[in-house]
Write a protein that binds this ligand. Structure first.
Ligand code: SF4
Length: 69
C-alpha cells in the first residue's frame, strides 16, 4: 500500500512552498511559474515530505491519497 500525490496545476499559484517542503517531490517550471510533480508515488522515506507539501500549499493544489495495493 502506498500513497499517490496529485497536483492541480490550474489551482497552483506558484508560491513554491511545496518545493521547500518536498524538494524531492516538486520542482517549479520556470516558464509557467507553476509547480511540477516529480514523483507521484512517494517512497515511504518521502512520505513526510509529501504530507508537509500538502499542508504547506496555500492554494490547496496538492492532494494525497492512499492507494490500495
Ligand atoms: S505550494 Fe501549492 S501553489 Fe505553491 S507552487 Fe506548490 S503547488 Fe503551487
Amino acid at each position: 500500500m502506498g500513497t499517490k500525490l496529485a497536483l492541480d496545476v490550474d489551482a497552483c499559484q506558484g508560491y513554491a512552498n511545496c518545493l521547500i517542503e518536498g524538494p524531492a517531490l516538486f520542482d517549479l517550471d520556470d516558464d509557467t511559474g507553476k509547480a511540477v510533480l516529480l514523483r507521484a508515488n512517494p517512497t515511504p522515506e518521502l512520505q513526510a515530505q509529501a504530507e508537509a507539501a500538502v499542508r504547506g500549499c496555500p492554494a490547496r493544489a496538492i492532494a494525497i491519497a492512499v492507494e490500495s495495493a
